[in-house]
Design a protein. Structure first.
Length: 189
């Protein structure tokens, strides 16, 4: 069986019109995606006004570079990648220190999960992630919420794959500690 390499986007007509410079088509694309892209920005920059600015910049960049959209993934996925990159750029502009990690400094336990894992509500996890230091928050957001794998995160963050895995392991451990502390506080009250 031969699989076609290009993804057929349900908005291909609008995308083609955007390529031809149609501001009406651009507005339609904007209306379709702005809420999801704003929420993605907000998870990174944690300021509503800045998230709005970053989102607008991302849409402008997408429309300026729409000819580079090849249809290998959905338009939404392509746009989200631009939004994530713009959000990370905004964090870098704020001089986000991503805690340089020395490779090999920590041994990663391959048996990270146990059979008696505690299940948390999504909102509990999102709140805990939001309260983490920026470097951990960004990694966990990219992986757990935005769905990027470690290799994609390494490319986005301009880090080695091993450094991402180490940092992710630390971030997840910190998140688990925070959630356990919160759970224990609830039981004690």
């Amino acid at each position: 069986m031969i699989l076609e390499s290009n993804y057929v986007d349900i908005n291909s007509r609008l995308i083609d019109e955007c390529r031809n410079g149609s501001s009406k088509a651009q507005f339609e694309i904007y209306k379709l995606y702005y809420k999801a892209m704003y929420n993605t920005c907000l998870r990174f920059v944690r300021d509503s006004m800045e998230a709005e600015d970053v989102m607008q910049e991302a849409f402008l960049a997408a429309f300026r570079n729409i000819d580079s959209f090849r249809g290998e993934v959905s338009f939404g996925a392509w746009l989200k990648r631009i939004v994530v990159n713009r959000s990370l750029d905004a964090l870098r502009r704020k001089r986000l220190d991503l805690d340089p990690i020395e490779e090999g400094r920590m041994v990663i336990d391959t048996d990270d999960y146990t059979d008696d894992e505690t299940v948390y509500k999504v909102e509990q996890v999102k709140k805990a992630i939001a309260s983490l230091p920026d470097s951990y928050r960004v990694l966990l957001t990219l992986h757990l919420i935005e769905g990027y794998d470690h290799e994609e995160i390494a490319q986005i963050m301009e880090m080695s794959n091993a450094a991402v895995r180490t940092a992710y392991s630390r971030a997840r451990k910190k998140l688990q500690e925070m959630l356990e502390t919160k759970k224990n506080q609830i039981w004690m009250n």
